[in-house]
Design a protein around this ligand. Structure first.
Ligand SMILES: [Zn+2]
Length: 416
């Protein structure tokens, strides 16, 4: 067996790092509050930078406040590994943080062994993946998908601007425009992440090899009828907006079945009724529609089908229908050869793997615009995530980190 094949991560160190960072931003309700560019995020950044320094990485912070740690000869393009350490409010301890800490552990082990690499390795911790200011801000800046308008207009839910939040942390937001990387400086990208769904846990398989990251469209839809008196308006004479929504929600499975794939999902997650009083027929309903699939042609078909279903319902029920497109994200395919490397790495550490799409958005899908990407999933207990119930067995974390290590060695063409 070669040195590289025998190389494994230092699990005790990884475990103690996970436990240490999960104290930063932990609150009374046991949830973690580490939204981007808050006091807690700043503290976590300081902690991470210190660990990266201890690991012997050369640290640089780019204009979007992404933290990079380099290992090896920088004249060649890097094999980048990373994720994010910011969190949603009331988050669990893992999410993107696990990807950053396993990446750190891999680079630290490779450095300790003094292995010679064909390409340098680079750890990156991306800013605001979770969306205090819209999400994926760091990775979008990294690939150059950012402009002054987005920088100046971004505000969080409390009206705090990105510019002010970054300033309070000592960063100049407009410098995010300088974070763009020359695509030639990035050889490939690997991200380990918790699955955030129930599939691997239910199959009892420790490694997910991500084939695609789903694309999505998000609409804000309004059905407009008439707000009439709930006592005096006979049933056949009503234009009840909520009844239209109810019918539409029941049609979602049919629309997906006829126009989608087994991977298609659609969700109405937010509903506002107007005027919202018990004795008035709802004259207007405004609701969200979030629809995802791994194929952009299918997403297009689903948009058409949903539009048709809504206008048919509106016509039948004497309602008006309008909608705004809140976002559209194209699906991304993970690189075939990196998927093969991850499968081989799983076999070399003696564990089962399962090929699957990612239903959630990740920095990897943004980085895919400039370099081939691969993603490793580890199981989420009962599929729980974005909650303090989020957890992955230590055993699976160790397995995932070792698969990441073996994959990185392959991707960086370590000489052994
Ligand atoms: Zn994440």
């Amino acid at each position: 067996m070669s040195v590289a094949n025998r190389l494994s991560i230092n699990f005790d160190r990884l475990k103690s790092n996970i436990n240490a960072i999960s104290q930063i931003g932990r609150s009374q309700d046991h949830g973690i509050y580490r939204q981007a560019f808050t006091e807690n995020d700043l503290q976590a950044r300081g902690w991470l930078s210190q660990k990266m320094e201890e690991a012997g990485l050369h640290i640089e912070v780019d204009g979007a406040a992404n933290i990079h740690g380099y290992l090896g000869d920088r004249s060649k393009p890097s094999v980048v590994v990373g994720s994010h350490i910011d969190s949603v409010p009331a988050a669990g301890p893992l999410d993107g943080t696990l990807g950053v800490l396993t990446g750190l552990e891999c680079l630290q082990r490779i450095k300790e062994e003094g292995l010679e690499l064909g390409y340098p390795l680079e750890l990156v911790s991306f800013s605001d993946e979770e969306g205090r200011f819209g999400g994926l801000l760091g990775s979008q800046s990294f690939v150059g998908d950012i402009n002054p308008q987005r920088i100046y207009n971004s505000r969080d839910l409390n009206g705090v601007s990105l510019v002010d939040a970054m300033k309070a942390c000592g960063y100049d937001a407009i410098q995010a425009l300088d974070a763009r990387r020359n695509p030639r400086s990035v050889k490939s990208y690997l991200e380990l992440h918790i699955e955030q769904g129930p599939v691997l846990d239910s199959l009892d398989v420790p490694i997910g090899v991500v084939s695609h990251i789903t694309g999505l469209f998000k609409w804000s839809i309004r059905l407009i009828g008439r707000p009439d008196h709930a006592g005096t308006t006979p049933m056949p004479m009503r234009a009840d907006a909520l009844a239209g929504l109810a019918e539409f929600s029941m049609e979602i499975p049919r629309v997906l079945e006829e126009n989608g794939t087994e991977r298609s999902v659609a969700t109405i997650g937010k509903v506002d009724l107007f005027p919202g009083t018990a004795n008035t027929v709802p004259g207007k309903v405004e609701f969200s529609l979030d629809c995802r699939d791994t194929d952009s042609k299918i997403l297009q078909d689903l948009m058409d089908a949903f539009r048709k279903a809504l206008s048919a319902i509106a016509r039948r029920r004497d309602l008006m229908f309008e909608f705004d497109v809140l976002s559209e994200v194209d699906p991304v395919a993970c690189d075939d050869s990196i998927q093969a490397i991850i499968r081989k790495a799983s076999e070399s550490v003696g564990c089962n793997h399962h090929s699957m799409p990612s239903g959630a958005a990740h920095d990897a899908q943004i980085v895919a615009r400039i370099a081939p990407v691969g993603m490793i999933f580890v199981p989420s207990k009962a599929g729980r995530s974005h909650s303090s119930a989020e957890w992955t067995d230590w055993e699976d974390i160790e397995t995932g980190a070792n698969v990441a290590l073996q994959s990185l060695l392959q991707m960086a063409e370590a000489r052994i």
